[in-house]
Design a protein around this ligand. Structure first.
Ligand code: GLA
Length: 382
C-alpha cells in the first residue's frame, strides 16, 4: 500500500509543480502583452516653441502601422503603411524635424482652423456685428489666419482606447484670436486603430457665437517616398455636386452638377486624366452625398503600390486639393523635392465662405452648443 501511494504521489507532485510553473510563466506573458500594449504610444521631445515643450508621439498598432503626431499645430508628421508586398513607407508629406514646420509649411499634416478654407475678404457679419479677420490669401482669409491652429502649441496627452491608442490635443483659442469672437475650447482626439484607421474626433465649445470649421490637412502620396507624383492615383468622391468658385477660389454660391465635367469622380478615375481641363488643377469643395451621416465619401488608390486610403465623415463637404501650389521649392522628408502635384489633400469640412453664404449649411456655433464630428482615414491594399 505504502509503495502504491509513493508511486502515485511522486508523479502527482511533479505534475503539480510543472502546472504551477506553466501558470506562472503564462501570467508573466499576459502581463508583458498588457505592458507592450500600453507602450504603443512613445513620447519624445521634438523641440521648443514659445517656451513650451513640443513632443513627437509615435503610435504603433498591432499590424505595424505607425503614425507620428506633434502637439505643434496638431501635425501628423508621418504615416507608415504597407504596400501590396508588405513594404512600409511614409504616405504623407512633411519635414524630418520641427524646424521645417516652423520655417514654412503649406499646412502639411496640420489641424486647420478656426475656419478651414476661405472667408471672402476676411469679413463676415454675425448677429448684426461685422468681424474683420486677417487677409492672408490675397484679399481673402485662409485656414484660420496668420497664426491659425496649425501654428499653435496644443496641450497633449497620450491615451489607450478599446480600438487603439492615440493622442488627445486641447487648445483654448482666446476671444479675438485672429479676429474671431469668443473663447473657443477645442479638443481633438487622434486615434490609430488596430484596423489601420487614423480616426480624428473634433469637438469645440464657445462662449460667444462664432464660425467654426475644423479640418485636417495631410498631403497624401500613396506612392510613399518613391518620387512619383499623385497624377496616377485613382480617386473616387461620392458627390453629385461641387461648389463653383471664382478666380480667387471663393464660392459663387452655385452648386453645380459634376456630370459630364472633369469634376466627376463618382466612378473611380485617374486624377491626371482630366486635370489639364481644370484651370489651376483641382482645388474644389465637393458637396457630399452622405446626407450628414457618417459614411464613406472618398477612396484614393495607387495602382502601382496597391495602397488605398478611404475617407469616412459626416461633414457635408470635402476639399480635394491636388497640390497645385507645390512648386519644388520645398525639400521635405528624406530629401524628397515636393514639386507640383506631389501630394493631395482630402479635407473634410463645411463649405468655404459659409459665414457669407446664406444657402450653405450653417457653421455658426453658439454658446451651449457643441461642435462635434469624426473623420476616419482607413488604409488598406489591393
Ligand atoms: C487648401 C486650399 C488651397 C491651398 C492649400 C494650402 O487646400 O484650398 O487653395 O491654400 O490649402 O496651400
Amino acid at each position: 500500500m505504502k509503495t502504491y501511494i509513493k508511486k502515485i504521489y511522486k508523479p502527482m507532485l511533479i505534475f503539480l509543480a510543472v502546472a504551477f510553473l506553466y501558470n506562472c510563466q503564462n501570467q508573466q506573458k499576459n502581463q508583458q502583452t498588457k505592458e507592450e500594449k500600453k507602450m504603443n504610444v512613445i513620447k519624445e521631445n521634438f523641440g521648443n516653441v514659445d517656451n513650451k515643450e513640443i513632443y513627437l508621439f509615435t503610435i504603433k498598432n498591432e499590424n505595424g502601422m505607425e503614425v507620428n503626431i506633434t502637439n505643434y499645430g496638431g501635425i501628423v508628421t508621418s504615416i507608415l503603411v504597407p504596400d501590396k508586398n508588405g513594404d512600409f513607407d511614409d504616405v504623407v508629406l512633411g519635414y524630418d524635424n520641427l524646424d521645417g514646420y516652423l520655417k514654412e509649411t503649406p499646412y502639411f499634416g496640420a489641424i486647420v482652423g478656426r475656419y478651414a478654407n476661405r472667408i471672402a475678404k476676411g469679413k463676415f457679419t454675425l448677429d448684426g456685428v461685422e468681424y474683420i479677420l486677417a487677409a492672408n490669401n490675397g484679399e481673402n482669409h485662409l485656414h484660420g489666419g496668420i497664426k491659425g491652429l496649425d501654428k499653435v502649441v496644443w496641450d497633449a496627452e497620450e491615451f489607450q482606447s478599446e480600438d487603439g491608442a492615440g493622442v488627445k490635443l486641447h487648445y483654448l483659442s482666446p476671444d479675438g484670436e485672429e479676429g474671431y469672437p469668443g473663447n473657443l475650447d477645442i479638443t481633438v482626439f487622434y486615434t490609430l486603430t488596430n484596423s489601420n484607421e487614423l480616426k480624428i474626433e473634433y469637438s469645440a465649445k464657445t462662449d460667444k457665437p462664432t464660425p467654426v470649421n475644423l479640418t485636417h490637412h495631410s498631403y497624401f502620396n500613396l506612392a510613399g517616398t518613391s518620387g512619383r507624383d499623385i497624377l496616377e492615383h485613382v480617386l473616387f468622391i461620392d458627390a453629385d455636386k461641387y461648389t463653383v468658385i471664382d478666380e480667387s477660389l471663393i464660392p459663387t454660391g452655385e452648386l453645380r452638377d459634376v456630370s459630364v465635367t472633369p469634376m466627376d469622380f463618382r466612378k473611380p478615375t485617374t486624377i491626371g486624366s482630366r486635370i489639364n481641363k481644370v484651370e489651376g488643377g483641382y482645388d474644389h469643395n465637393y458637396v457630399l452625398n452622405n446626407g450628414g451621416e457618417f459614411a464613406k465619401v472618398t477612396e484614393l488608390y495607387d495602382p502601382v503600390s496597391g495602397r488605398i486610403v478611404e475617407v469616412f465623415t459626416s461633414e457635408p463637404g470635402i476639399q480635394f486639393y491636388s497640390g497645385n501650389f507645390l512648386d519644388g521649392s520645398i525639400t521635405g522628408k528624406k530629401d524628397v523635392v515636393y514639386s507640383k502635384h506631389f501630394g493631395l489633400c482630402l479635407e473634410t469640412q463645411h463649405f468655404p465662405d459659409s459665414p457669407n453664404q446664406v444657402n450653405f449649411p450653417n457653421t455658426i456655433l453658439r454658446p451651449g452648443e457643441e461642435y462635434k464630428y469624426t473623420t476616419v482615414y482607413k488604409f488598406s491594399v489591393r
